[in-house]
Design a protein around this ligand. Sequence first.
Ligand code: HEC
Ligand code: HEC
Length: 259
Amino acid sequence: MLNHKSFNLGLALLALGGLALAENQLSAQTTATNFPTYLRDVKPLFLGKCSRCHNNDSAFLPNWSDYASAYQNRLEIKRRVWDAWKGNYYKESMPAGNCPECQTITEADRALIRDWVDSGAMLGQPANATPAKSKTERIEFGKGLFTTMCATCHQPAGQGVAGKYPPLANSDFLNADKSQAIRVLLHGRQGEIVVNGAKYNNNMPSFPLSDEDIANALTYTYNSFGNSGKEVTAEEVKALRAEKFQSETPVKSAPSQFE
Ligand code: HEC
Ligand code: HEC
């Protein structure tokens, strides 16, 4: 029969074992940079490939620009983005319909969302936790954002899509005035616009991006595709964010934009 002492010792060993295990799991989670995380990987993808339809203006569609709602909806997100696409779930796969997001989302993007959910849907850290220290760094950080977010509509080389998405390559609108470009990013844009002599009348949603992110995405754009090479700083974005915004037509991202 177990005496009191050895019973206690057994308990202590068990507890130690449990602790060691918990610690191992913890360090595996905190050090594993190979698992996708919300702030670094998943949020930019949601912004670029979901938020035109899933956003704050939409009365009936959920929006995942904050971690709490993304985490809460994670299982359905995975089912719609991965399982339905593979034919293993009965509801419509996402992104919906035959939209630009559907055409630009890659299998790797879909797998990333699946793996994020399967590995515990961690919050993580943003890709660029510290502000860019130089123009070169802004361009580098901005490239990542451009690829996941802007290229969906404006295309990877910024050439745009005739009649739908104006070009960012050699764009006279972009190069004419930094403030105008910053306002497009801060507030979205809807209505008629003439870029390089061609008319567009469509809708760009506003993305919940930080001042740093907007500065980086625009600096990358200004320093690519034959544009003027300007730098946009976070201070410039901050100053324009503070102004009272007047739009001739209310900027709204409604899912009436389905193509
Ligand atoms: C072109 C517009 C559009 C895009 C882009 C889009 N969705 Fe949707 N989504 C919809 C519509 C419309 C519905 C509602 C109809 C339905 O449930 O099928 C919906 C529904 C959903 C639902 C079910 C919500 C619920 O509460 O039942 C999920 C999850 C979802 N979308 C995920 C995504 C993800 C993730 C992306 C980006 C990778 C995305 N969607 C991109 C239009 C879109
Ligand atoms: C969902 C599609 C979509 C995404 C994603 C998108 N845009 Fe746009 N963008 C548009 C549309 C549509 C217009 C024209 C809006 C109008 O008709 O008023 C536009 C206009 C612009 C303009 C002004 C016109 C021009 O061609 O110079 C700039 C600058 C711009 N976008 C930059 C960006 C940047 C930078 C990103 C990424 C952070 C981005 N956009 C992401 C659709 C998009």
